[in-house]
Design a protein. Structure first.
Length: 178
């Protein structure tokens, strides 16, 4: 439509931040609902990896990204956890802290025209730093590991109750828990 005026795009800051809060809550919900006997279970084919290590990796990966992109921009970097020894009760508050850090990182990008500023530490340069890509990357990474954990629970004979696996997809409900 030649000459048509398109309305200004909406401010998606709240949408971006709320989407991250919900994704973080879904990850925490899974950790809160894992059976104790699954936590130390070894991953078939990778006997030195456990469900505990996968869950701890989620937090540690967040910390790595916060160190890489956030620290230089004044965002606090939570301490990494010992993926071999962390308990679910210890991991949950750490996920809350690193989740807040990612929220701060996304808010930084939203406040800077939709792009997180590149830092000296950002050497990988394989992730576009617009908030849409960064949010999608974090959500995809965690969704991948949540799926791994659910699959491992089945493979190891600790199939999670339907209310737990279904609860991972109840994003409206999880969003109200943030």
């Amino acid at each position: 439509m030649r000459g048509a005026r398109w309305p200004s795009p909406p401010d998606l800051r709240d949408t971006i931040l709320n989407a991250w809060k919900t994704s973080n809550r879904v990850t925490i919900y899974l950790v809160e609902n894992l059976p104790a006997e699954l936590w130390e279970a070894q991953v078939p084919g990778a006997p030195r990896r456990t469900v505990c290590m996968i869950a701890g990796h989620i937090h540690n990966a967040r910390c790595m990204w916060l160190k890489t992109l956030g620290k230089e921009n004044g965002i606090a970097v939570p301490l990494s956890v010992d993926r071999h020894k962390i308990t679910p009760a210890e991991l949950v508050p750490n996920l809350e802290r690193s989740g807040e850090g990612i929220l701060d990182l996304l808010a930084l990008g939203c406040g800077r025209g939709g792009t997180i500023p590149a830092t000296k530490a950002y050497a990988w340069r394989n992730l576009p730093l617009d908030v849409g890509h960064v949010l999608s990357y974090f959500v995809a990474h965690e969704g991948h590991h949540r799926g791994q954990i659910v699959m491992l629970a089945r493979q190891l004979g600790h199939r999670l109750p339907a209310e737990v696996t279904g609860g991972l997809w109840q994003w409206s409900k999880r969003s109200r828990e943030t």
